[in-house]
Design a protein. Structure first.
Length: 207
């Protein structure tokens, strides 16, 4: 176990640095076998200091995802009312991918753990929130009747497509993001275009 440092300023003083130390421990020991105390000691800080950066070890894995979902929701709400629904979703989702790719290595490290069996419950919760943001946007902008299933279908399909896309890229071990957005366009544009047809079938709805 790493020896903790005494009083004074800890050598790890940024959220990103704490995340890096924690991810290294997760890779060495597994998430379940790594405690907050272990992370704090490896960072040469107190447990209290750790909580200034993260509320839990799971926030290290899912905090950026939660931030991304919130950012996506806020951006969608600012979209002009006359903007085509699927066009708006494509733009916002693509922008979030571009933002996350700015720290590609950290993103991939988190993604590998997010797809493990032990993280499945949290994965379902967090991707459920992502899907919920898409669902509410489609329902509100299309003025879909409450019982219409198309908004649910669109949200579920986009969730599945995005997870498949990210899984194929993130688990490939490639941190080169040069082709990430072109691959997004190539693989997901047909999905957005196809779903636009279904959105157009919502009674009194708008594509």
């Amino acid at each position: 176990m790493t020896k903790t440092r005494g009083r004074g300023r800890p050598p790890v003083t940024t959220r990103e640095a704490v995340e890096d130390v924690a991810m290294t421990l997760f890779e060495q020991r597994g998430i379940e076998n790594t405690t907050v105390v272990d992370i704090a000691e490896a960072c040469e800080m107190s447990k209290t200091s750790f909580f200034r950066y993260f509320s839990s070890k799971n926030e290290i894995l899912w905090g950026p995802f939660e931030t991304m979902v919130q950012r996506m929701d806020e951006t969608l709400r600012t979209m002009p009312e006359d903007r085509p629904i699927m066009e708006a979703l494509r733009e916002v989702i693509r922008d979030q991918v571009e933002i996350e790719a700015q720290r590609a290595e950290a993103w991939i490290r988190r993604f590998k753990f997010q797809n493990t069996e032990e993280q499945r419950p949290l994965s379902l919760v967090n991707w459920g929130r992502w899907e919920g943001v898409v669902l509410e946007f489609v329902r509100e902008r299309s003025h879909a009747p409450d019982r219409n299933l198309i908004p649910f279908t669109v949200a579920g399909a986009l969730r599945g497509a995005m997870r498949a896309f990210l899984r194929n890229w993130g688990l490939s071990g490639n941190t080169d993001v040069t082709n990430l957005l072109p691959d997004f366009d190539e693989q997901l544009d047909p999905v957005f275009s196809g779903l636009a047809v279904y959105v157009g079938r919502i009674p009194n709805g708008r594509v």
